[in-house]
Design a protein around this ligand. Sequence first.
Ligand SMILES: Cc1cc2nc3c(=O)[nH]c(=O)nc-3n(C[C@H](O)[C@H](O)[C@H](O)COP(=O)(O)O)c2cc1C
Length: 178
Amino acid sequence: MATIFGLSGSLRRASFNAGLLRTAAEVMPNGSELTIGTIAGVPLYDADLEAEGTPPVVLTLRDRIAAADGLLLATPEYNGGIPGVFKNALDWIGSGPGAKIFDGKPVAVIGASPMGFGTLSAQTAWLPILRALKADQWHGGRLTVSGARKLFDADGNLTDDETREKLRGFLEGFVASL
Ligand SMILES: Cc1cc2nc3c(=O)[nH]c(=O)nc-3n(C[C@H](O)[C@H](O)[C@H](O)COP(=O)(O)O)c2cc1C
């Protein structure tokens, strides 16, 4: 059983990106599964705080990433880049004893936005960060979901069959690469 751990970079209740991950869990290929975590509760990175002890929420995220065969990031886009809360969470996870967590870890990035380019800039912004973390980025597919207001309901659930099928195909490719 191939296991993927999924994280959304949004704290919003009706987040499109969290909704995209929920659908991903439903359309995973046979013989694989996606479990979903959260960055909620991760404090702002502070080396002084870290010196007192890594927050349990960060330790949990490290454990779950380490245990998974791959990591799926569903990234929102803010001002042409990665939302600070998402980058902050990855900085925590990869800090200190977490430095090896991403080393060689297969990682794929997807994202949804109400705007026209579907998080293309944010996904591109992840490239140097994942390289710095020594992750094994998967480039065999691309999923940029634009115009999200028409594709998700008010609770952030994906309602568009075409996007669902694109997501299914993306995941088939990622899981096959593991
Ligand atoms: C501060 C801020 C900046 C944003 N900048 C962009 C942007 O550059 N490109 C974009 O596609 N959407 C941008 N958006 C809109 C987000 O894509 C939108 O809020 C989206 O719903 C966030 O993802 P979520 O639904 O998972 O929370 C921005 C939103 C905020 C709050």
